[in-house]
Each structure stands twice: as structure tokens, then as C-alpha cells.
Design a protein around this ligand. Structure first.
Ligand code: SF4
Ligand code: SF4
Length: 428
């Protein structure tokens, strides 16, 4: 028998052994909630990892499918009373799969295209350009296109010429005396489809007394690659950004995309056995914060908040709430805006189905989870939805459209920016 795992980057036996098989994580796991299958639960997957590590399992299509179906949402980490670190376990398991398992040709091609495009903003800009004009037409024709293309179009952002060509200013001075020097990660999809989120991040940081740097040389943080098992690509992308942000010489690195923030907080672990990079990665990680953490840390707000009268559902992005433990800060910042009625949907701990490239490679369960989330949100009849991750924004928008809702979905930082500027919301 050829053991499932071999060579570098195997999941840690010590981390696996922390699981006591209690099953407390099962009700929080979206795939267990959908299918009630033990091997599609966190406990079942940890059991399979152990079998792979002990050479009791081979890298068969069935073995791989249970890991492919995992969203990597980390709801199990929040639920686990034994502190099982599922994040590094699933990342190393996926690294093993990508190294030792040969996927069917169509799947290999699709994944290769995704990973040749998504982490490279210059290529992604070219790929997204036709959507400026043909996006609505492609959406209208999506029903007759192949399944993979259909799922891609369903969640693709609708860029504008401005969003594709706008670049964040490299240097923005603080309003008043500077309290902190902060660099901003501008991201890949974020900078091309949600350039307004980056500008709002810079505006609010500056208004709150931060000197802001947005280095033009920065690239992708490697989150999508890391979470999908392309660990060597993730390391190459991480090394580049470590070098770029070292040169910026800042106190904090602010991130406004939950998936990016969670992977950047893992750089220490990613390079822990690389003597040339371990210290630099740890120093980098020590500076990384979600934007809501930076605004909490910087101290008493300086900029006056003007009222925004709206019922706002706050959607917890899994890589913010479960992976980074950031739940209270964005809520507190939104609640500080006069007029906002903040709402939390039922099952807020359950993933919306976005999960990096999950909604592209596992479109059916992703769509089911998206619609489940959309129904829970719709029950609250919100004026708008706020969430701190571009993937969640696209996924919830797509699921909402299928159910007949055309919600306004914003990043919390956009609401704070509008509140500081006194911009009116909800057309009132
Ligand atoms: S990461 Fe999410 S989908 Fe995967 S096992 Fe944990 S709870 Fe389930
Ligand atoms: S809650 Fe933690 S210890 Fe219990 S089965 Fe799940 S992963 Fe294992």
C-alpha cells in the first residue's frame, strides 16, 4: 500500500492527537450540517488525517473528496473545547493532496487557470476587463454555459473601468498628529473589484490619526493558494510581501479582507522550519491586524461620526470570526455610528459557502450554504449587509439574487467612512 502522506509538509501527529473525538464540533460544521456524514465532519476528517499519517490510508478519490468538501471555515476551531488546531492540519493535508494526487484532467486545468490568474493582480485585471462590458450579458447567458463557467460567472464581481484602473495612493498623511504608521494590504480581487473599500480604509485610518502607506510593489498575500494546498506558491507570494512591507517600516499592517488577514497571521507557521525566513515571517505576522483591530487599538475616535439611519445585518466572515477570533471589534465600530440598528442572522457561525475558491470548485454545496445564509439574512429584512471579506460579499450577493433579493452589501469600513464624511445612506 502506498501511504497517503509522504515527504515534507505532512500534518502534525501531535496536533491530530489533540482531538479526543468528543463530537462537540459536529453541529458547527457546515458539511456535517448538510449531509450528516461522519467523514464530512471535523472529527471524521481528523480521523482520516491520522489514518493518512499512520500509513493506513491511501490517496484515493474518496479519501481526497472528504477534504475537498471541507470549506476550511474553522467553525470547528471555535467549537472545539480541546483546542484542536484544525487550520494547520487541513492546510498540510491539502498540500499533500496537491503534491501526491492526480486530479482528473478537467479539474486540473480549471485549478491551474484559477491559480495562474487569481493571485496576480496584473493578469486578473486583463481577465476581468471584458466583464466591464459583457458582465451582464454573460450572467444572462450563464444557464447555457458549462457548469464550471456558470459557477465562475455567478460569483464574479462586476468591475467598472474605474475600479480596474484606480490605484490606492502610496502615501497618505495622518489628519492631525500621527498616532501610528500603518500599511494597508490592497489585495487582489479587493483592489480590482472593491477599490472603494481600500480607499475607505485609507480615509478612515488617516482621519483617525494614522500615517498610511500602501506600497505599490505589494502582491497577493497567498491566502487562496495556502488554503487550497498550493503551499509552495503561497510561500513564494508571502516572501515577496514580507520584503515589501519590511521596507515600509510600519507599526501595523492593516488588512480589510478576512481570508488575507488570516493567512498573513499564519506566516510564522508557514516558515517555522525555514531558518532564512522564520524570524522575518514572525516579525511580519506580529504586525498584521484586521482593520477593525487597528481602529480599536489606535484609541479613542478622533473623527466625528454622523448618523446613518439603517438596519444593518453584520455577517461574520469565517476567516475573521473563527480563524482570527475577531467578532466584537467590527460590531463595536458599527454600533458607534448613530442611527445604525445592528442585526445578527440566525446560524451566524455557519459559513456562507464562499471559502476561497470553494464556491468555484464545489459549486453545489456552496450554493446550498449560500441560499441558507441568504434566507437567514432575509428574515431580518435589512436595509444593507456589512461584511469584512470580498468573497462573502460576492457569495451572499449571488445567493440573494437567486432568491430575488438585490441587497446593498458593504464593508464595515465603508460605513465608517461614510459616517465620518456625513454621506447619506439608504437614499434618505
Ligand atoms: S473547517 Fe469548516 S467545513 Fe472543514 S471541518 Fe471545520 S467546520 Fe467543517
Ligand atoms: S470538538 Fe475538537 S476534540 Fe472534539 S471531536 Fe471535534 S475536533 Fe475533536
Amino acid at each position: 500500500m502506498k501511504p497517503a502522506f509522504s515527504g515534507a509538509d505532512q500534518p502534525s501527529g501531535a496536533l491530530i492527537d489533540a482531538c479526543v473525538h468528543c463530537g462537540f464540533c459536529l453541529p458547527s460544521c457546515p458539511t456535517y450540517v448538510l449531509w450528516q456524514e461522519e467523514m464530512d465532519s471535523p472529527r471524521g476528517r481528523v480521523y482520516l488525517m491520522k489514518a493518512g499519517l499512520d500509513a493506513r490510508a491511501e490517496m484515493t478519490p474518496t479519501f481526497v473528496s472528504h477534504f475537498d468538501k471541507c470549506l476550511g471555515c474553522m467553525a470547528c476551531v471555535t467549537a472545539c473545547p480541546s483546542g484542536v488546531q484544525y487550520g494547520p492540519l487541513i492546510e498540510k493535508t491539502r498540500a499533500q493532496i496537491e503534491r501526491h494526487y492526480e486530479r482528473p484532467l478537467g479539474e486540473r486545468l480549471f485549478r491551474s487557470i484559477l491559480f495562474a490568474l487569481l493571485p496576480y493582480p496584473a493578469r486578473l485585471r486583463i481577465a476581468m476587463a471584458p466583464l466591464v462590458i459583457f458582465g451582464p450579458l454573460l450572467r444572462a447567458l450563464a444557464g447555457v454555459l458549462p457548469r464550471r463557467i456558470r459557477s465562475l460567472i455567478a460569483v464574479a464581481p462586476q468591475p467598472t473601468l474605474a475600479s480596474l484602473t484606480t490605484r490606492a495612493p502610496e502615501h497618505t498623511p495622518a489628519v492631525g498628529a500621527s498616532r501610528m504608521k500603518v500599511a494597508v494590504l490592497t489585495g487582489c480581487v479587493q483592489r480590482l473589484a472593491f477599490a472603494g473599500v481600500n480607499q475607505a480604509t485609507i480615509n478612515v485610518l488617516a482621519a483617525e490619526g494614522c500615517t498610511v502607506e500602501a506600497p505599490a510593489a505589494q502582491g497577493c498575500c497567498g491566502a487562496l493558494a495556502l488554503h487550497a494546498g498550493n503551499i509552495d506558491q503561497a510561500r513564494a507570494l508571502a516572501r515577496h510581501n514580507i520584503e515589501v512591507f519590511e521596507r515600509a517600516n510600519v507599526d501595523r499592517i492593516a488588512v480589510n479582507a478576512a481570508g488575507c488577514g488570516s493567512s498573513m497571521k499564519e506566516y510564522g507557521e508557514l516558515f517555522h522550519d525555514d531558518p532564512a525566513w522564520a524570524d522575518r515571517a514572525r516579525a511580519f505576522t506580529a504586525k498584521v491586524r484586521d482593520i477593525s483591530e487597528v481602529l480599536t487599538e489606535v484609541g479613542e475616535p478622533r473623527a466625528k461620526r454622523h448618523p446613518i439611519k439603517a438596519r444593518v445585518v453584520y455577517h461574520d466572515a469565517c476567516h475573521l470570526a473563527h480563524a482570527q477570533g475577531v467578532r466584537s471589534q467590527p460590531r463595536a465600530l458599527l454600533a458607534a455610528i448613530p442611527g445604525i440598528e445592528l442585526l445578527s442572522p440566525a446560524e451566524s457561525e455557519i459559513c456562507c459557502g464562499s471559502a476561497g475558491i470553494y464556491n468555484l470548485v464545489q459549486p453545489e454545496p456552496a450554493a446550498q450554504l449560500g441560499e441558507r445564509k441568504a434566507r437567514n439574512i432575509a428574515a431580518l429584512e435589512p436595509d444593507m449587509i456589512a461584511t469584512g471579506n470580498p468573497g462573502c460579499t460576492l457569495q451572499i450577493a449571488a445567493a440573494g439574487r437567486r432568491l430575488g433579493y438585490s441587497w446593498k452589501i458593504v464593508h464595515p469600513i465603508e460605513l465608517i467612512d461614510r459616517s465620518i464624511k456625513g454621506t447619506r445612506e439608504r437614499g434618505d
